[in-house]
Design a protein around this ligand. Structure first.
Ligand code: NAP
Length: 338
């Protein structure tokens, strides 16, 4: 018996990638022997996704794949076929985002997976497998960021909330959820011409050109935002912090512009701004359950469908290049049956 999988093979030397190869292979079931730790769960994977991190791994960029050979894919959705952990039974529909799969352990871009039960979540009632994959790491991260704003006291009546990387996966889901919750959202995008209508359809009240935040500005600027969700990092995040109103919270999710943060302590010590770090990979089981139930409640499914495109496993390599080039809109699910 074999199963179809994307496979990355690399030769690493002192942490640096020397050779990189990524292609589709038919792997024997034994390939997954030893995966999943002490109490592994076997899953027939029905859907995976392409996140920015998957793009990096598939393209042979450093920082994601930490072992070789590796089945990439930081998300998977499917049906349990066997479980050494009593929490899961054959037939359970499950979703796994992060938790190290597609990085240090075999991931979701394959028809079979064997994973640790630690971060596995049963699908919330009423959420289809395809939609759970459409949410994936990006949507889950967007919800963690929304929860961070709420926990920081940012309310719809507090004022405008800014979302950068707006047309990407995290940004698209964040806009749809925030708008549903009653927030007024400014979407920061480098694709206003092309994606403006799309962003408004998700619920963005205002659009802001990415270039307006792309250069480092003064340490304190005119107060514009009650809070923010940032996928860009670098000068964009620094400017958002400098423009955030007293007591506001800004969630840092990503590094699409860069991993640097050219800021000062001024927004923190003179305006009491909070910078909330978001890490979806090792989010606790409790936080995962909270975020998934909120996604099932607060993300309008017709908007999720509108932001989702579906591809097959043989298309993931092209899609990886496109996501790194900033050309992908919203979310991409990979249908493993296709
Ligand atoms: N912390 C976590 O746990 C976590 C989880 C998921 C993702 N992330 C990170 O969050 C970021 C977004 O992930 P994603 O899945 O939404 O990726 P994505 O779908 O590729 O979206 C990224 C978006 O960022 C914007 N962008 C691209 N280049 C930019 C630049 N030079 N300056 C400013 N904005 C730029 C683009 O939006 P516009 O075209 O609208 O400008 C792009 O669509 C990535 O850095 C990813 O690694 C982190």
């Amino acid at each position: 018996m074999t199963f179809r999988a994307a496979l990355i093979e690399q030769r690493l030397d002192g942490g640096r990638i020397q050779d990189h190869q990524a292609d589709l292979q038919d792997l024997p079931e034994e390939f997954l022997d030893g995966a999943g730790g002490d109490a592994p769960v076997d899953i027939d994977v029905h859907y995976s996704g392409i996140n920015y991190k998957d793009g990096l791994a598939l393209a042979g960029k450093p920082g994601v794949a930490r072992t070789s050979p590796l089945i990439p894919g930081i998300d998977l959705v499917g049906e349990v076929t066997a479980s050494a952990d009593p929490q899961f039974r054959p037939g359970d529909a499950v979703v796994l985002t992060g938790g190290g799969i597609g990085e240090a352990a075999h991931g979701g871009l394959a028809q079979r997976a064997r994973v640790s039960a630690k971060y596995l979540v049963k699908l919330p009632e009423g959420l289809s497998e395809r939609r759970a994959a459409a949410i994936g790491t990006a949507g889950f991260t967007a919800m963690l960021a929304v929860l961070a704003l709420e926990d920081g006291g940012v309310r719809p009546e507090s004022g405008e909330v800014v979302v950068s990387g707006a047309a990407g996966g995290v940004g698209s889901v964040a806009i749809a959820v925030l708008n549903t919750l009653g927030y007024s959202v400014t979407a920061v995008t480098g694709r206003a011409q092309e994606q403006g209508e799309y962003l408004r359809s998700l619920g963005a009240a205002n659009l802001l050109e990415r270039s307006e935040l792309a250069e480092t500005g003064p340490a304190l600027q005119k107060r514009r935002w009650a809070g923010g969700i940032d996928s860009a990092g670098s000068a964009t995040l620094a400017n958002i912090l400098s423009q955030t109103d007293d007591g506001g919270t800004v969630a840092s999710c990503g590094l699409a512009q860069g991993h640097d943060l050219p800021t000062t302590v001024m927004p923190f010590i003179l305006r009491g701004v909070t910078l909330a770090g978001i890490n979806s990979v090792t989010a606790s089981p409790e936080l995962r359950a909270r975020a998934w139930s909120r996604l099932a409640r607060d993300l309008p499914m017709e908007l999720l469908d509108e932001m989702t495109q579906e591809i097959t496993l043989d298309q993931v390599f092209d899609q990886a290049e496109q996501i790194l080039a900033g050309q992908v809109r919203g979310r991409t699910v990979v249908n493993l049956a296709g």
